[in-house]
Each structure stands twice: as structure tokens, then as C-alpha cells.
Design a protein around this ligand. Structure first.
Ligand code: BG6
Ligand code: MG
Length: 211
């Protein structure tokens, strides 16, 4: 009795983590330190300002709020330069097909992302039309694991939370879905996303009968 599917963007529809990592690393390097890909894992699903605070912490650096604002803007400028080069070839395997199969079956679809760059990415991938509602970082005030982004998605679709399933690659995202009273399907490692109702390696593994 699932009536709506809500998709996270980064790590579910497209793998932008590498671009976030490159841009954050460039920023860290400009401040005189570096961080590993493993540390970068901790930034998945985490908001822009919170990510910066974690990174500054790794470098043992303290910055004022105004300086943080400027650094986050610098990172975003570099990030946007990279995502502007994206093409539809970068859609993760099976993602377009699964979202389309939901639509064909009469299931509503929404995007529920923390990113303020969601629209740019969807446009570059040419998949804006696959979503009945788009809720992103520009429309929410509380970051995941707060359920706000998904609750707003459900509301925009006119579907009650218990009939929604969320697709998420981040622990905080799975927690947000559960906190919102929704079903959560994890994309990634079942040991990491153990709070999800089901975990698959990617949308290529998803079929409607698994909902
Ligand atoms: C999430 C990403 O989807 O969006 C995070 O997983 C990112 O890595 C966050 O920090 C915010 O994105 P943006 O594009 O607004 O900086
Ligand atoms: Mg994600």
C-alpha cells in the first residue's frame, strides 16, 4: 500500500560525493591541511555548514561565523563548477528506470535532499520531470535526521507518511525517514544502514514488489 516514493539525491540518484570531496579537500588544502576519503564518509548527508565545522575540527582550526560563511561559499563555488559539467551519463545505474517504474505504476515521486544545488544537478541529469515534488536544502530549516524534508515531500504530494517510502544512503537520512513515520530503504551497506527496513546496493536492485 505504498503510494509515494521519496528519493534522496546525493548517493541515491547520482554520486556527487566525489565532487563534494574534491571541493572540500581543496578548501582544507588552502587552509594548510588534508583529510581522507574515509573522513569524507562522515560528511554524507550532512549539511554544508555542519560539514565545514567537522572539517575545520579535523584541521584543528577555529573560524568566526562570518569566516565560516565565506569558506562555505568558496567551497560551493568550486563544487558548482564541477556539477555544471555533469551529464545524464552520471545517473546511477537503475535510478532513472526505477523512478519511472514508480510513476508508471501510479506511485507519486518526490526528491528529498539536503542540497541547495539539487535543481542544478537534476537539470544537468535531465530528470527534473521525473519528480512530482522537489524538496531541497532551500526549502527546509532543519537538517536530517530531522524528518522535515521528507514530511514536506509527503505533504507536497498529498500522501500521508505511513504510505511513503524513503530511499537513502546516509544514516541520518534513514533516521529522518523513520522519525517521520515512513518506511526506509537503505542504499549501501546493511551493517551501516541497519535501521532501514530493507537495504539494497543501488536502485538497479529495486523492483516495485520490494516496496
Ligand atoms: C547532501 C550531501 O545531500 O547535501 C552532503 O550528501 C552535502 O554531502 C549536503 O553537504 C548539502 O549540499 P549542498 O549542495 O547544499 O552544499
Ligand atoms: Mg545522500
Amino acid at each position: 500500500n505504498i503510494k509515494a516514493c521519496i528519493f534522496d539525491l546525493d548517493g541515491v540518484i547520482v554520486d556527487t560525493a566525489i565532487y563534494h570531496y574534491k571541493a572540500w579537500r581543496r578548501l582544507a588544502n588552502s587552509l594548510g591541511f588534508d583529510f581522507t576519503e574515509q573522513q569524507n564518509e562522515q560528511l554524507k548527508g550532512v549539511s554544508r555548514v555542519r560539514s565545514l565545522q567537522l572539517i575545520l575540527g579535523w584541521g584543528g582550526i577555529t573560524k568566526t561565523e562570518a569566516e565560516q560563511e565565506q569558506l562555505a561559499t568558496q567551497k560551493n563555488t568550486w563544487y558548482v563548477e564541477m556539477i555544471n559539467q555533469m551529464t545524464p551519463a552520471e545517473i546511477l545505474p537503475g535510478a532513472r528506470e526505477f523512478v519511472q517504474s514508480c510513476r508508471d505504476a501510479g506511485i507519486k515521486t518526490a526528491l528529498g535532499s539536503a542540497s541547495k544545488n539539487s535543481m542544478t544537478i537534476l537539470e544537468k541529469l535531465q530528470i527534473v520531470h521525473l519528480f512530482d515534488a522537489i524538496i531541497d536544502g532551500n526549502k527546509v530549516t532543519k537538517a536530517k535526521p530531522d524528518p522535515e524534508v521528507f514530511l514536506k515531500g509527503a505533504e507536497a504530494l498529498g500522501i500521508e507518511p505511513q504510505y511513503c517510502v524513503v530511499f537513502e544512503d546516509a544514516i541520518a537520512g534513514v533516521e529522518a525517514a523513520k522519525a517521520g513515520g515512513m518506511k526506509a530503504i537503505g542504499i549501501g551497506d546493511p551493517k551501516v544502514l541497519y535501521e532501514a527496513d530493507l537495504v539494497v546496493s543501488g536502485l538497479k536492485e529495486m523492483t516495485l514488489d520490494k516496496l
